[in-house]
Design a protein around this ligand. Structure first.
Ligand code: PAF
Length: 292
């Protein structure tokens, strides 16, 4: 850990910028073009870019999911180098959580915000995310005189809302930046977990983003969203076990009562597809074309 702090400080000292900005891109590895867009944005708007690669056990409620989460540090390092990352923090378990699995005793509590949707289905997930993100910011954040930004994808919309509140409530000196979802040619949101989908699972997964695009088109046209019809279609689909499809307020994550929508909102979806749990998000803007 001293090593990474020293490397960050050295990289900051070596920039020519009068007011350097440090950009942090926290990841769990198995990097894909969604991560690449975060790395690129961080590179363009910061003088020093730091990426972390750590599969955080605290945010997994299912030990098998944790064990099977893809790990490919060598390949990841290639992408990080190609994107000009200055420092990579890829700690092992004992470095992050000395004494693990007995530790840590103290964790960040995300309250009711962390118990909605994904948090309800995966108890403790957002507390685990908030704990590791707090630790990463503490370890990686530069001296107070240096501006620090951290980059997250909008696919994990609840995670983003939790991290924004974390930074606000704990006065963490980090500005949170975000980028829209990156999708493949069939509209499927990129995720490290997609690596575990068979061809048939992948076909089933396409139905998730299709449902979100349908909602975005209905919102755009000021039509009723008719969530129950879409839920019924997804519930009838093979290989797919729908957990939730909801339309929520982007800050509170509470379900919106509007139908048709009068305000921009977020559609959140989660389902088990074959062996993995997938989530996706889309911004719904009455009168505007779909984004994300
Ligand atoms: O989004 C992720 O990859 C993880 O939840 C994060 C933010 C790196 C924390 O482990």
């Amino acid at each position: 850990m001293t090593g990474i702090r020293a490397a960050v400080l050295q990289a900051v000292e070596h920039t020519a910028a009068a007011h350097p900005v440090v950009g942090i891109v926290p990841t769990m590895g198995a990097l894909h073009p969604g991560h690449a867009s975060l790395l690129q944005a961080a590179r363009e708007s910061s003088d020093v870019v730091i990426a972390s690669v750590f599969v955080n056990p605290l945010q997994f409620d299912d030990p098998t999911d944790y064990q099977l989460y893809p790990r490919q540090l060598e390949t990841d390092m290639q992408m990080l180098t190609e994107h000009g990352v200055d420092c990579v923090f890829a700690p092992d378990l004992q470095e992050m959580y000395p004494g693990y699995p007995a530790a840590p005793l103290i964790r960040v509590s995300t309250g009711e915000l962390g118990r909605r949707w994904e948090g309800a289905s995966r108890p403790g997930h957002f507390d685990g995310v908030a704990t590791v993100v707090t630790k990463l910011f503490t370890i990686l954040a530069p001296p107070a005189a240096v501006a620090c930004e951290a980059w997250f994808g909008q696919k994990d919309a609840e995670q983003l809302a939790v991290i924004r509140r974390l930074v606000e409530d704990l006065n963490l000196p980090v500005r949170i930046r975000s980028l829209p979802n990156v999708r493949d040619e069939n509209g499927v949101a990129l995720s490290s977990r997609n690596l575990r989908l068979s061809a048939a699972d992948y076909d089933a997964a396409c139905a998730l983003s299709r449902a979100l695009f349908t909602l975005a088109a209905r919102a755009q046209a000021h039509q009723p969203l008719d969530l129950s019809q879409l839920r019924a279609q997804l519930q009838a689909a093979q290989r797919l076990d729908l957990d939730y499809l909801v339309v929520v307020d982007p800050d509170t994550m509470q379900e919106t009562a509007d139908d048709p929508l009068r305000q921009p909102a977020l559609a959140l979806i989660a389902a088990r597809v074959g062996p993995v749990r997938l989530i996706d998000t889309m911004e719904l803007c009455p009168g505007a074309a779909p984004t994300g």
